[in-house]
Write a protein that binds this ligand. Structure first.
Ligand SMILES: [Zn+2]
Length: 200
C-alpha cells in the first residue's frame, strides 16, 4: 500500500532534476503514478541500466560503456587537437556543429571560487597528463563565456604555459555570459573556426 511518505519520497527524489521545483515534482509524480505507470517502469529500468553500465572514458571523461570511448579510439579524429569543455552536454553541442574533428577533454565542471570549486575539484591534473602525450599540439579552450568559464579558461591557459603547446580560445561568436548549451550550431561552428591563440 502506498503510504504518504512513499509518495513524499518520490516527489522529493524527482527534485534532483535540474529546474524541477516542488510543484513540478508533484505533477511529475502524479503523472507517472496515474497516467503512465509503464513509462515510470521504463524510467526505472533505463536509469538503473545507465547507472550500472555508463562510466567515464579514461581519456576524455565523457560517458561511455567501455574503458575508452569510441571517439577517443577513432582513427578519423585528429589526435593533435584537444578541445576542453565543461560538460558532456557541451561536447555534444560541439559535435553537432560538425566543425571540429579533433578530440575532447571534459572537465566535468568549471572553476567557481565562490562555490569552493578550484583546480583540485576539476580534473586538471589528468588534463596535464593528457596533453603531455606528445601527440597533442593544440589545446582549444571551449569553456563557457560566463565568469566561471573565463576563470577556468584563464587558469588552464596559465597552467599550459611553456609546455610547447598552442593554446587557443573559441571566438566570441558566443555572447558574453553565454553557455555553449544554448548557442546554435552555426554560431558555435564559427566560434571554433575563428578561435584565437592565447599564448603567442
Ligand atoms: Zn573518450
Amino acid at each position: 500500500m502506498l503510504t504518504p511518505s512513499t509518495l513524499e519520497n518520490l516527489i522529493e527524489a524527482l527534485r534532483c532534476l535540474p529546474g524541477v521545483g516542488p510543484k513540478s515534482a508533484q505533477r511529475m509524480a502524479y503523472h507517472l503514478l496515474q497516467r503512465d505507470r509503464q513509462g515510470a517502469q521504463r524510467l526505472v529500468d533505463t536509469l538503473q541500466e545507465a547507472l550500472q553500465t555508463l562510466k567515464h572514458c579514461q581519456r576524455c571523461n565523457t560517458f561511455t560503456e567501455a574503458e575508452i570511448c569510441d571517439r577517443c579510439l577513432s582513427p578519423k579524429r585528429d589526435p593533435s587537437l584537444l578541445c576542453v569543455v565543461e560538460t558532456a552536454v557541451d561536447l555534444n553541442m560541439m559535435e553537432q556543429t560538425q566543425a571540429y574533428s579533433g578530440l575532447y577533454y571534459v572537465l566535468m565542471g568549471r572553476m567557481s571560487p565562490l562555490d569552493g570549486i578550484g583546480p583540485r575539484e576539476l580534473l586538471l591534473d589528468s588534463l596535464l597528463t593528457r596533453v603531455s602525450d606528445g601527440v597533442v599540439r593544440e589545446v582549444i579552450l571551449a569553456t563557457n563565456f560566463t565568469n566561471e568559464g573565463e576563470i577556468t579558461a584563464h587558469y588552464v591557459s596559465e597552467m599550459l604555459k611553456s609546455r610547447g603547446l598552442r593554446v587557443s580560445r573559441i571566438a566570441r561568436g558566443v555572447p558574453v555570459g553565454g553557455e555553449l548549451e544554448y548557442v546554435d550550431s552555426g554560431t558555435l561552428a564559427q566560434a571554433m573556426r575563428e578561435r584565437k591563440s592565447l599564448l603567442d
